[in-house]
Design a protein around this ligand. Structure first.
Ligand code: ZN
Length: 128
């Protein structure tokens, strides 16, 4: 979004107003005339002196809000990523039946079928 800024030059001396809106520049020039050149009769058809302007890009409010939301989203994503460390994620709860801690996959230590009745797996070994 572009905005225009205006600067007005005094017709009597080297004074120039600061960059401002058009009405602010005119008001500043009239204030300067009243202070420095009080005996100059000002034209009723418009402010004296010369005018210059420039066009500046001003970010609209929506763009500021969008930029803030993106920034806040990044902060939240980083916070969530820091909270969910891989060491916390990859440790499954132990199996309620067998106590295995490998998430129900292949158990590296098979249940002992030779321990007789009421073994760890509750499996009765066949008679020899
Ligand atoms: Zn002046």
């Amino acid at each position: 979004m572009y905005v225009f800024e205006f600067k007005r030059y005094c017709g009597e001396c080297g004074y120039m107003t600061r960059w401002a809106t058009e009405s602010e520049a005119v008001a500043a020039l009239y204030a300067h005339y009243g202070e420095r050149h009080p005996y100059v009769r000002l034209s009723p058809y418009g402010p004296p002196g010369m005018l210059t302007w420039r066009r500046r890009y001003r970010m609209p409010l929506q763009a500021w809000i969008a930029a803030f939301l993106v920034f806040a989203g990044l902060i939240i994503a980083v916070a969530i990523g820091a909270a969910n460390q891989p060491s916390d994620q990859n440790t499954p709860a132990p199996c309620a039946t067998c106590g295995d801690n490998n998430g129900g996959g292949y158990s590296p230590t098979p249940p002992n079928y030779d321990s007789g009745f009421g073994g760890a797996s509750g499996f009765n070994a066949p008679p020899p």
